[in-house]
Design a protein around this ligand. Structure first.
Ligand SMILES: Nc1ncnc2c1ncn2[C@@H]1O[C@H](COP(=O)(O)OP(=O)(O)OP(=O)(O)O)[C@@H](O)[C@H]1O
Ligand SMILES: [Mg+2]
Length: 278
């Protein structure tokens, strides 16, 4: 059985260009754990996920991201994915001309994983989350409904079997039945099996509904780019009653505080360095 994995985010500050959006983030997710990040619109949740996954256009200005000790920040996004990191994007990208089953075949091949019986596996997983089988052969996300895109993303997660997954609002756009089916599928993936330890999850959400299915170990609250509180699932209930402002005030990051701007740090050996020194 594979060993337990750990995604360690330490002192991470990141943003776009020279504008820092998230500041000094410390967060550790290990196999089988479910962490939830909640925060108001514009707090920097998607920026955090983009920086961790290596989405082009986002710059890390301080800190580190490692998966089982390997420096993720030195790798392009696809290599982070091969290493076992997975991002379900808030707004999944449409890729005309490339079918979902073709993407998964290539992705599994890049990982050196077996592809025998892939068609059968795709049909089984599609049935489990109520995804129309015909969508398996259609261009990735093109003209899919909001809910179909999120089911599609859940299927990719189930088939690729990453070690740690960041789910950026996987619950947005899903109807109640789909939300239950998708979150149950993800919850099942967090359980250890003969094949390895359970999936580690970092789920970004606005809704307590997801928490009832995913049963998080830890809830983190992100306001104005900073983690301001951390606790058990009861924190989400407290949030429902008090709102984000109370947490922001308590942490001294309420509206009105100036955000700090810094110059981006070019990491040695990174793509940023390549472009800085052509
Ligand atoms: N590529 C970008 N270019 C310019 N500004 C950006 C970019 N990405 C994020 N931002 C800004 O950074 C801030 C944080 O955005 P982000 O998408 O991370 O928030 P969020 O917490 O995910 O919000 P939501 O809950 O609405 O999804 C916002 O003010 C946003 O406009
Ligand atoms: Mg977002």
């Amino acid at each position: 059985m594979k060993a337990t994995s750990t995604l360690a985010i330490a002192g991470l500050s990141a943003g776009v260009g020279s504008t820092r959006i998230v500041h000094d983030i410390d967060l550790t997710v290990s196999s089988g754990e479910v962490h939830v990040v909640m925060g108001p619109n514009g707090a920097g949740k998607s920026t955090l996920s983009a920086a961790v996954m290596g989405k082009p256009g986002y710059t890390v200005t301080a800190g580190s991201v490692t998966l089982d000790g390997e420096d993720m920040l030195a790798l392009p996004a696809w290599r982070r994915a091969v290493a076992g990191l997975h991002l379900v994007m808030q707004y999944p990208t449409e890729v005309p001309g490339v079918a979902l089953d073709a993407v998964l075949l290539e992705a599994l091949t890049a990982r050196g994983a077996a592809t025998d019986g892939l068609d059968e596996l795709l049909r089984t997983e599609a049935t489990a989350i109520g995804l129309d089988e015909r969508l398996l052969h259609r261009a990735l996300n093109v003209d899919l409904s909001g809910g179909e895109k999120k089911r599609n993303e859940t299927l990719q997660l189930a088939v690729l079997r990453p070690r740690i997954a960041i789910l950026d609002e996987i619950d947005s756009g899903l109807d109640l039945d789909a939300l239950r089916a998708c979150s149950r599928r993800i919850e099942a993936a967090t359980q250890p099996s003969v094949d390895g330890p359970g999936l580690g999850v970092l789920a970004i959400t606005h809704y307590n509904r997801l928490l009832t299915e995913l049963r998080p170990d830890t809830v983190h609250i992100l306001v104005r780019g900073r983690l301001v509180a951390e606790g058990g699932p009861e924190l989400a209930d407290q949030l429902e009653i008090e709102g984000y402002q109370a947490f922001a005030v308590a942490a001294g990051v309420a509206d009105g505080e100036a955000d700090v701007e810094t110059k981006p740090v070019v990491r040695p050996g990174s793509l940023g360095e390549l472009f800085a020194n052509p």
